[in-house]
Design a protein around this ligand. Structure first.
Ligand code: BG6
Length: 491
């Protein structure tokens, strides 16, 4: 895999189902625009938006002008590039549930069978099967076609398998690109580079040297108008089954023999399969569910979960999850992995913290009594950085130790525009590089670990504990980690 490739792509048709949706406007269209500006899209690369709205191409472009513009900063926007980019865009109104309605697409794609053809499904999962059947019945699937799907892929292992069965009736596995946008984030790929591009860390990356690992994906936003979807989903399905587990497996996997897509994915799936199952009372003791209540940020008060649109007053959906996981392998035996994610937490922070073991015997006095050992902190959001906490002698007469950070801030080093995770992922779909996408067996293995946790919550009627918006989650999440004399990294 080329982690970063600036090659121009082959001619393509990118058929974007859900072209008027929120994700298209906020991420997908801006991502393609930025790649256009980088001169990476070939002249003959078209974006064919499809949705139910009553636009023609010109009206759709007008609408894009207004909507997308809000999601590209002035600094990154160039009027003439944008106008040039819009020339690639077409729009078709299609009722995806009606096979006859695909005719306009058939006409638009006729004679372009040798081009790469991407069907990007940025739609509700209930429409996946309709679209698969629709494009198949309309004869639109060519050997160079690919289908890309947004998570969530199902609600549990069985429903994910059902969707996958239907997809594989029309597409072969190597044509299916299951998206987890966290894999497109720069720092996630940097984790691969850090681990497998440097010999330094490998001897340390094991239970003999690592005490515990913490992975936090905290969001300050609430459910943001997605109440209907979110209440049916909850944080375990929305964030843990995919984003958190993907971070965990990349951090914990064995070195792959090459950077080939399957070599990487074969190693990732071994970690998923080695996760110790959390079932029954074990799942209850090693998990915390939370739900936010009204609270405040510096910029003012915010509503509780029940006050959000489309949330039933008696909802027991979790907006926060913390878990203690273990991986049964030679490398990781006995190392706890603490995972947590939540909405309306104190700040938007995504980070991986690796706490190394303390020195076996200290000959020094320290200002903080060695309360925190060496740490490697890999931060994905808000800024992208890698920091290493080490002890040095404090300046002055006394021999006293003091912790300091070796800091690598990616903004300072590269001084480039921060890429949207989708920029790389969309190009990889067009390019035909599946490394950063989830294979069918990976999705199944992730659900196989998640399902028993949810079942235990139901069996033991474990209702979410409430936490105040703007905090780091329920007190029980601190208790989960402090049982082992540890605390969450919240610097
Ligand atoms: C999505 C979830 O997959 O990821 C959202 O459905 C969540 O609920 C989002 O807000 C977080 O993504 P990011 O990139 O902002 O951390």
């Amino acid at each position: 895999m080329n982690l970063i490739s600036n090659d121009k792509l082959q001619p393509f048709d990118f058929v974007l189902f859900g072209g008027t949706g929120d994700l298209s406007v906020r991420k997908l269209i801006p991502a393609l625009y930025f790649r256009h500006c980088e001169n990476q899209l070939p002249d003959d690369g078209r974006i064919i938006a499809v949705a139910r709205s009553d636009y023609d191409t010109e009206a759709f472009k007008q609408w894009l002008n207004e909507e997308v513009r809000q999601h590209i900063s002035d600094e990154d926007f160039n009027e003439s590039d944008w106008l040039e980019f819009l020339q690639r865009v077409l729009y078709f109104k299609v009722d995806v549930t009606n096979v006859e309605s695909y005719q306009s697409l058939v006409d638009a794609l006729a004679g372009r069978e040798s081009h790469v053809r991407v069907f990007y499904l940025s739609v509700a999962p209930s429409l996946f099967t309709h679209i698969t059947k629709g494009v198949q019945a309309a004869g639109l699937i060519t050997p160079t076609s690919r289908v890309a799907l947004e998570k969530p892929l199902g609600r549990d292992r069985q429903s994910a398998e059902d969707i996958n069965d239907k997809l594989s009736a029309a597409f072969s596995e190597d044509q299916i690109y299951r998206i987890d946008h966290y894999l497109g984030k720069e720092t996630v790929q940097n984790l691969l580079a850090l681990r497998f591009g440097n010999a330094l860390f490998e001897p340390l990356w094991r239970s003999e040297r690592i005490n515990d690992v913490q992975i936090t994906i905290a969001e300050s936003l609430g459910v943001e108008g997605r109440g209907g979807f979110y209440d049916q989903t909850g944080a375990l399905r929305d964030m843990v089954q995919n984003h958190l587990l993907q971070l965990l497996v990349i951090l914990a996997m064995e070195p792959p023999v090459s950077i080939d897509p399957d070599a990487v994915r074969d190693e990732k799936i071994k970690v998923l399969r080695a996760l110790k199952p959390l079932t029954g009372i074990d799942a209850i003791e090693n998990s915390v569910r939370g739900q936010y209540k009204a609270g405040a940020y510096v910029d003012g008060p915010v509503q509780g979960y029940f006050d959000e649109k489309d949330i039933p007053a008696d909802s027991t959906t979790e907006t926060f999850v913390a878990l203690r996981a273990e991986i049964a392998s030679w490398r990781w035996e006995g190392v706890p992995f603490f995972l947590r994610t939540g909405k309306r937490m104190e700040s938007k922070t995504t980070e991986i913290v690796i706490n190394f073991k303390k020195v076996p015997h200290s000959i020094f006095e320290t200002a903080d009594g060695f309360s925190t050992p060496n740490q490697l902190i890999i931060r994905l959001q808000p800024e992208e950085s890698i920091r290493m906490r080490i002890y040095v002698k404090a300046w002055g007469d006394d021999i006293q130790l003091q912790p300091v950070f070796l800091n690598l801030d990616f903004n300072d080093v590269f001084q480039k525009r921060k890429m949207i995770a989708y920029e790389r992922l969309l190009l990889d779909v067009i390019r035909g590089n599946p490394t950063l996408f989830m294979r069918r067996d990976e999705v199944a293995a992730a659900w196989a670990w998640i399902d028993p946790i949810r079942e235990a919550w139901e069996q033991y009627q474990y209702s979410p504990k409430s936490y105040t918006a703007g905090t780091w989650g329920p007190a029980a999440a601190n208790a989960l980690i402090s049982k082992e004399g540890l605390h969450w990294n919240e610097d």
